[in-house]
Design a binder for this molecule. Structure first.
Ligand code: SF4
Length: 358
């Protein structure tokens, strides 16, 4: 196929640079297929620094894919707490069960079989195949798209699937011809993370391939890559109620489908409600003997939604006797601080209020 840019000309300089400049990362020192898989899934949408601890805890608790396949989903969610995008963890569990049942607990050395597993797309399949199995498969993520489009000086819309597929085909051709695998993919990603950075000016003077970069030559680095305007996030206002009774905190479990499915949360109401409104709602629920403290505002940003929250801490002295049978209240579980830490997976969205409990 005709290439928009001849990636063969950068491979030597890029690999030399990677050899000396690459960061030491736990999953790089032992590139087992399992470790590559877990780290790549964790790294989607999450910074490397944040992933290091999660990766260590995860692989300690689940040293093998079989161990992961046998875990309880609740326990896995607790380990994943704070990483966000919880569907990733559910897919890990589904895929682990398939690997345990169909492949004897080992990831198969087959790109198509890897790509067919839940939660694994062409990027992750390429990363596992090339890094762990030495195959000539590209791993095109946002970093790689940015670097390559700048090198080529290309105004292609990188949100289009065809653009990604064409780039994968072009890189696969070069990798096959030059027998390049994991290090080449990781070098491109590393360049995108460390030098040809996404926000702010790329550090072109430090770039090992600057002499082959069309964007630098034409001084159009900041115009690339082209990513047509993402839709604005939807804003949802919420009032968060931290109900406290005898040093325990009321929690609800979220619905099985949708945002943060199945995780635990503090009870909350739509809108940022003033104190009088909250008092009225508590009264309607029969909660009359309490102290209320305003905890202030907090925000949490998801990919398509922003929560703008207002929190209240409500220390309940007494429940009304007839509330024992109240169905709304009976949906709450009451967790002490230890259980909040060890048992219930509370999404990072509520972290700002959890830390205020002291
Ligand atoms: Fe990116 Fe600059 Fe290197 Fe080009 S020269 S690849 S724009 S860092």
């Amino acid at each position: 196929m005709k290439m928009e840019y001849d990636y063969r000309i950068i491979t030597g300089d890029l690999l030399e640079w990677y050899k000396t400049e690459k960061r030491t990362l736990p999953w790089r020192s032992t590139p087992l297929p399992y470790y590559v898989w877990i780290s790549e899934i964790m790294l989607q949408q999450t910074r490397v620094e944040a992933v290091k601890d999660y990766f260590a805890r995860f692989t300690l608790e689940y040293p093998t894919i079989k161990d992961l396949a046998e875990t309880e989903e609740n326990r896995l969610m607790k380990l994943w707490e704070g990483l966000g995008y919880y569907q990733r963890a559910r897919n890990l569990l589904k895929a682990a069960k398939i690997i345990a049942a169909e492949y004897g607990g080992e990831i198969p050395a087959d790109y198509e079989k890897i790509k067919s597993l839940p939660g694994i797309g062409s990027y992750t399949a390429g990363a596992i195949s090339s890094i762990a199995f030495g195959m000539y498969e590209p791993a095109v993520d946002g970093n790689v798209l940015r670097v390559t489009k700048r090198l080529a000086g290309s105004y292609d819309d990188i949100t289009k699937q065809k653009v990604k597929k064409d780039l994968e085909a072009a890189l696969r051709e070069v990798m096959t011809e030059k027998k390049l695998s994991g290090d080449f993919n990781q070098a491109l990603m590393e360049l995108g993370a460390m030098v040809c950075i996404p926000n702010g000016k790329p550090l072109c003077e430090k770039c090992p391939v600057k002499n082959h970069c069309t964007a630098k030559e034409k001084n159009i680095q900041m115009e690339l890559p082209v990513k047509p305007g993402k839709k604005d996030r939807k804003i949802e206002n919420k009032t968060i109620l931290i109900l406290e009774y005898q040093s325990r905190y009321g929690l609800n479990q979220r619905a099985e489908k949708g945002l943060l499915a199945g995780l635990w949360e503090y009870p909350n109401l739509e809108g940022k409600l003033p104190i009088e409104k909250v008092e009225k709602i508590l009264e309607e629920q029969g909660i009359r003997d309490y102290e209320m403290e305003l905890l202030g505002e907090a925000r949490h940003i998801f990919s398509h939604i922003e929560w703008h929250m207002l929190g209240y801490r409500i220390k309940i002295q007494e429940w009304e006797k007839n509330l024992e049978k109240d169905s709304a209240r009976n949906t709450l579980v009451w967790a002490d601080k230890h259980e909040l830490e060890a048992v219930y997976a509370l999404p990072a969205a509520f972290q700002a209020y959890k830390t205020k409990l002291g």
